[in-house]
Design a protein around this ligand. Structure first.
Ligand SMILES: [Zn+2]
Length: 81
């Protein structure tokens, strides 16, 4: 899932998603991850039919998790060992 930015929940200040930051530099507020959900809609890669056919676990919604494709692949490989 494409991460647009990190946004402060208190003042709205935004930071680049690849920046390692845990608190807002302006006010010290907590940061929230802002996702671009429209990317999934454009791709048409996720449908209710697809989700309904999966097990009831957090991986049911894996396309919406903040894990890159390479991270998913590494996790898959780790599970096979
Ligand atoms: Zn702030």
């Amino acid at each position: 899932m494409h991460v647009e930015a990190l946004a402060c929940t208190a003042c709205g200040e935004r930071y680049p998603p690849d920046e390692v930051r845990y608190r807002c530099g302006e006010c010290g507020g907590s940061l929230d991850v802002v996702y671009d959900y429209s990317e999934r809609e454009r791709e048409g890669s996720v449908s209710w039919e697809l989700l309904r056919g999966r097990d009831f676990s957090h991986l049911r919604y894996r396309e919406f998790l903040p894990v890159s494709e390479s991270g998913r692949e590494a996790r898959r490989r780790g599970r096979q060992r």
